[in-house]
Each structure stands twice: as C-alpha cells, then as structure tokens.
Design a protein around this ligand. Sequence first.
Ligand code: FA5
Length: 326
Amino acid sequence: MDLKSLKIKAQEKIQKTKELKDLDSLWREYIGKKGKISKIFNALKDLSEEERRKIGKQANEIKEQIRHLIEEKRKELLEKETSKQEMESGIDVTLPGKKIEGGHLHPLTQVLERIEEIFGKMGFSIVEGPDIENEWYNFDALNIPKDHPARDLWDTLWLKIPKLLLRTHTSPVQIHYMEKNNPPFRIVVPGRVFRYEATDFSHEIQFYQLEGLMVDKDISLANLKAILIQFFKNFFGREVKIRFRPGYFPFTEPSIEADIRLNRKWMEVLGAGMVHPNVFKAARLNPHNWQGFAFGMGVDRLAMLKYKINDIRLFYNGDLRFLEQF
Ligand code: FA5
C-alpha cells in the first residue's frame, strides 16, 4: 500500500472511532513499534539513497499527521465520556452556583455585646458563672433561708441530683466573685437563667440576665441610679421614660425596681438595691468595711424595648423570618 492511501485509510478509521480502546488499537496499528509506519521505515534499507530520503521524509510527515489526528480524537472522546458521566450522575454543570448565605449573631447576642461594651466603658469587668448551682449559692448565701416564703419568688427547676438546680438568677455569681476577690471592684455578669413558670409575651422559662455589682467604701443608691440612667441613655440612644419604685429582694436593702415605658405601657426591666450585710457575711467580707449596690436586669426585655418586639418567645423559636431582620 502506498503512503497516501495508508494515510487516507487511517484518517477514515480514526474518524469512525467511538471508543477510547479502539483508538488505542489504531495507535498500535499505525504508530506503535510494530505498526505499519515502522514497517515502512524498516523497508527503507532496501531502497536507493534518493528514494530512501524521499519516502523517509513522507513517512515521517504522515506519522506526525496520524499521531495528531489520534490525539485530537482522544480529547474529543474523553470530553464526551465526562459529560456522559455528568449526565448520568444528574449533575448539570451549566447551572449557576448556589450562593452561600453568611450568618449573623442572634439579636440577643448582639444586645448582650452592646450592653457589655457600655458597662466596659464605665469601668466594669465582665465575669461569668455556672448555669448549674447548689442551694447555697442560689438561695442561702443570698439571705433566702430554707422554708422562707421568699424562695417562692423564684420557681425553680431542680435537677435529679439532690440539692442541685438551674440557677434562677445571676445573683449567685455575686457570692462566687466576692469569695475570691477583695473590694473595691465593679463587675457585670451576663448569663442564662431558668425558671419553672408559665410563659407569656414577657416571660420565658429561660432568659438572659445581666447582674451588676459595685463594692467600695462609700457607694450609695445615688451612684446606682446615676449608673443606670447613663446606661439606658447609651443603650437606647434616645430619651426613654424610666420609673424607679420600691421593691423587695432578700439580698438587698433597700431594694428598688425599674420600669421603662413603651407604647403607653410600663415594662419592668430590673431589680436592684444596696447589698444586704448578710450577703457580705456569706461571702466572708466584713459589712462594716464595705458597701455596694447590685442589680439584675432582664436582657431579653431590654432587647424587646430597643427593637419594639412585642413577644419574648420570638427570640427562642428559631423563625428565620424574625431572626433575619437583625
Ligand atoms: C431577680 O432575679 C434578682 N436577682 C434581681 C436583683 C439582682 C435584685 C441584684 C437585686 C439585686 P427578678 O426576678 O425580678 O429579680 O428578675 C430580674 C429581671 O429579669 C426582671 O426585672 C425582668 O426584667 C427579668 N425577668 C424576670 N423573669 C423573667 C422571665 N420569666 N422572662 C424574661 N425576663 C424575666
């Protein structure tokens, strides 16, 4: 067979090929060591010098052309194979990609961070305490003796382990802190608290409080009021109506409560007062040497007032339509 028809034949065969493995056999048939073109090279030795040069050159060119055709065909078949696999696996590579949505902090976390920032600027350190407490820290040390009706102020979730409970307020951290630190100091304590009570628009069974405690030589109720008014001004960034009224807590004397007005209604936001001498004693501090104020504010309620949210339960039911607004 002359070189020209060998080339045409090879071209036809390559064109018709549908499988990669058939392409490999064509490679062996033409380009391989024992292939047709190698045979032509082997036969060159029997030719005259002039013919050897001419045919040798032609054979080299044809070998290159066939090699090129096979490579092109190989690429084509490989592409087909990949898209066939994609079709079978159900992947449509032409579809636009899905955007990954970036999340954000929960509104209560955002509010807590803002509250901590404001108190931080007023010189308060941030301290944390455990969610699980014993009776001593949650009640006794806070001047709430066993069988005293004041215990009923806090409906408690008890654990199966005797005498352990989920803290009903952040006030136990006052005791933990005063056991280990000597005054003067000012701290705030953010944290989750738990109560066994019926829920409504302003009551949850778990919510956040921020405890405050400032102890020094001559701290007064006037200092407490000034700090709270300054805090509310910074937190709301607008004028809000605040009402202080007398209250009762076993661990402060005197005690007050504060309400904030929104939509022509007052909402209670905190309890506070001057630290009771028995609380200092329980934490092994001498009440004759020290005095101070403490407060416990409802963080959820502050968030409700700031963002005009009318139901506390929205914070906890995970509805994205609500959460994505912050
Ligand atoms: C206390 O928990 C006291 N430990 C506060 C305190 C600290 C007084 C230090 C004196 C000194 P009270 O139970 O009132 O107090 O709760 C404090 C605040 O938490 C309330 O004013 C209210 O804003 C919020 N709060 C109370 N119960 C709930 C509830 N079920 N859901 C949401 N917020 C609540």
